[in-house]
Design a protein around this ligand. Structure first.
Ligand code: HXC
Ligand code: NAP
Length: 281
């Protein structure tokens, strides 16, 4: 799909790059010539991914344990990376989420998810952004949100609120920093099977069948499809795309939003025939 050297000489940090969509993106970026840094909280998970992707691609990958909720730890990580050379791309992918009734949630539960998703994104973006601005260097930020940022969603309220904040941050800074060479976009994915997301959000296998029925394409997305879109958006070829949130969900949210979609699927052939215009006398 891409030229082999699409991301040659790009240095990219992916938060939450040890698993799931972050790991798939790391592999794609490495295959396309980038040097990749991944961070997360679990050192053993990061180290295993680093080993696996280095063996698979033969490219330069580094892993750095870091909790993005901790602003000082983020600043230290970014400083350590910059000592070796500037980053060109930041991908804010780390997230926390779980399915819960909102009235049952503790303040700590809200703080945990908002801390990872919104504050974590802010910490890394400010650390990189200030360096790019001070050195008059260009930079690219890609934030990972969800399809429920605009509509909200019951039972994932901390995530919905935090991801909506990330989307507002994306559009705000795309304008504020755009004239100084910093481009900022987001991907809003629909369901893509990963251990992290599905273990927390789809607790029973039969719910997966129902979830697929809610999608016009009748299937979930793949990590490869996600990684291809991420590679496209961070590459110089998409240099005029700024402040955009690209939905990648097979049309799922539009299907849910359409007034007559569900009704139309319930109608029988006989009922469809009844809806046709009567022959003129
Ligand atoms: C209610 C919960 C909870 C749950 C934790 N808490 N899990 N409350 N229901 N299922 C509460 C705890 O009681 C605690 O509150 C607070 O949240 C922090 O919990 P900890 O376990 O101490 O936190 P921590 O170890 O930091 O774990 C963070 C986490 C966890 C967010 C809770 O799930 C995590 O590590 N997630 C990372 C990966 C992830 O979530 N991936 C999915 C991304 S998918 P108190 O008050 O006791 O301190 C996604 C979009 C999917 O984002 C969209 C699909 C379409
Ligand atoms: P995942 O595998 O659980 O990825 C989340 C990653 O974030 C993990 O590697 C985790 O590693 C890291 N992380 C969590 N808290 C962190 C913290 N405080 N500091 C640093 N790293 C932290 O889930 P995923 O499905 O790949 O999700 C990736 C992104 O896609 C997320 O932004 C998610 O919201 C978004 N998304 C996913 C889907 C989907 O269906 N998969 C749909 C919509 C949006 P540690 O636990 O080791 O820290």
């Amino acid at each position: 799909m891409f030229q082999k050297d699409l991301l040659q000489n790009k240095r990219i940090l992916i938060t939450g790059g040890g698993t799931g969509l972050g790991k798939a993106s790391a592999q794609r970026f490495l295959e396309l010539g980038a040097e990749v840094y991944i961070c997360g909280r679990r050192q053993e998970v990061l180290a295993a991914t680093e080993r696996e992707l280095r063996a698979r691609t033969g490219a330069k990958i580094h892993s750095l344990p870091c909790d993005v909720r901790d602003a000082a730890a983020v600043e230290k990580m970014i400083e350590n990376i910059w000592v070796e050379g500037q980053l060109h791309v930041l991908m804010n992918n780390a997230a926390g989420n779980f399915l819960a009734r909102t009235e049952d949630l503790s303040l700590g539960a809200f703080q945990s998810v908002i801390g990872i998703v919104l504050m974590g994104t802010l910490h890394t973006t400010l650390s990189c952004g200030r360096r790019w601005l001070a050195a008059k260097q260009s930079g690219v930020v890609l934030n990972i949100t969800t399809t429920y940022t605009t509509t909200g969603s019951a039972y994932v309220v901390p995530s919905a609120a935090a991801k909506a904040g990330v989307q507002a941050l994306t559009r705000s800074l795309a304008v504020e920093w755009g004239n100084r060479g910093i481009r900022m976009n987001a991907i809003a994915p629909g369901p893509i099977p990963t251990e992290g997301a599905f273990s927390r959000l789809l607790p029973r296998p039969d719910l997966e069948v129902e979830a697929k029925k809610r999608n016009p394409l009748g299937r979930f997305g793949t990590t490869e499809e996600f990684a291809n879109l991420a590679a496209f958006l961070v590459s110089d070829g998409s240099g005029y795309i700024n402040g955009e949130v690209v939905t990648m969900d097979g049309g799922e949210w539009l299907q849910g939003a359409g007034e007559f979609t569900a009704l139309g699927r319930e109608l029988t052939e006989k009922e469809w025939a009844m809806m046709k215009p009567k022959p003129k006398a």
